[in-house]
Design a binder for this molecule. Structure first.
Ligand code: BTN
Length: 310
């Protein structure tokens, strides 16, 4: 464990009572000067640590996404204050053979990427990350990882934050028809083997929902309080890891359907080639949305935008 993490733990344990530099140094087996230096680093990282005649006192815990805030995953988390996009850094790490469940997370993105080449506005307060996965499934089944991520996030919002979230095809998360989260994926395969499937996730947590997305909503708006991004990411990773084994990925479409908000609705479909409306009747085992048209014929949509009609 990082020395900074150990100091935070000690200060958390002592609560409102100050803890002397000498005592911390003794517990960690380092010099008082080294403790002082680490305390200064923590303060510049945003931790509110008061220096009193009796020692150091941690007054509030900031909602930072430093690797040492995720003790069991410290080596997996790559945190940045600002990046153009977490997708590019995660892509580089994936190509350099980083392990599955490596996470690149940033407080802000200057060139956040959305689906279908759109921009994803990424202001402070939101949660923006990309997870590298290396599922042991055939490349044609890679879409299952997206469905697993969407299902996981809907469950985390429901179970941990009491937000009644549902999934919209292909992998948006909606609450009462308002978008709270978007996902983007990138895949690389060699022959019949997946090299990586990177899932990029943007969640409106405490940020003002972007005006570019009509009827977007944030966790803060829904809960009426600031939400710790750290808790959202930690809960997501715990559940997502379990959903990535081959058995769970095999049943992911059925799980996704239990949380879906699309099936049974009249929807408008926009693809690069065409635009039409129909009744969303199913999602098949290829992850395709099945639309029944007014004349009774069926269309199978693999890529495109789906809008729920009012
Ligand atoms: C969408 O269009 O709905 C998908 C949005 C995906 C945004 C996330 S934020 C983290 C990751 N980095 C990016 O540049 N995009 C994804």
């Amino acid at each position: 464990m990082h020395t900074k993490d150990k100091i935070i733990r000690i200060l958390q344990q002592t609560g409102n009572t100050a803890c002397s530099g000498e005592r911390i140094a003794e517990q960690l087996g380092v010099s008082r000067v080294s403790v002082w230096k680490q305390i200064q680093n923590l303060i510049s990282d945003g931790y509110d640590i008061q220096t009193t005649p009796k020692g150091y006192c941690l007054t509030t815990l900031p909602d930072t996404l430093f690797p040492w805030e995720f003790p069991s995953r410290e080596n997996q988390i790559h945190y940045f204050r600002e990046l153009p996009s977490t997708m590019s850094v995660a892509g580089d790490l994936a190509r350099k053979n980083c392990p599955s469940l490596t996470v690149v997370v940033a407080d802000r993105q200057s060139k956040g990427r959305g689906r279908l080449s759109r921009q994803w506005v990424s202001e402070s307060g939101g949660l923006y990350f990309t997870v590298v996965t290396r599922p042991e499934i055939a490349p044609r089944d890679a879409f299952r990882v997206n469905f697993a991520a969407a299902t996981t996030l809907a469950d985390v919002l429901r179970n941990e934050f009491k937000i009644h979230a549902g999934v919209k095809w292909p992998n948006d998360i909606l609450v009462d028809g308002r978008k709270i989260c978007g996902m983007l994926s990138e895949m690389s395969a060699e022959g019949e083997r997946i090299s990586y499937v990177n899932i990029g996730i943007g969640i409106n947590v405490n940020n003002p929902p972007p005006e570019t997305t009509p009827s977007a909503v944030s966790m803060r708006q829904l809960t009426g309080r600031d939400v710790r991004r750290k808790s959202v990411l930690a809960a997501f990773l715990e559940t997502f890891e379990r959903r990535l084994d081959a058995d769970s990925l095999g049943s992911v479409i059925a799980e996704w359907k239990k949380r879906n908000t699309t099936l049974g609705k009249t929807v408008s479909i926009v693809t690069v080639r065409e635009q039409f409306s129909g009744l969303a009747t199913d999602v098949d085992e290829d992850g395709a949305l099945i639309i029944t048209l007014a004349d009774g014929s069926c269309r199978k949509i693999l890529y495109g935008d789906c809008f729920h009609d009012m």
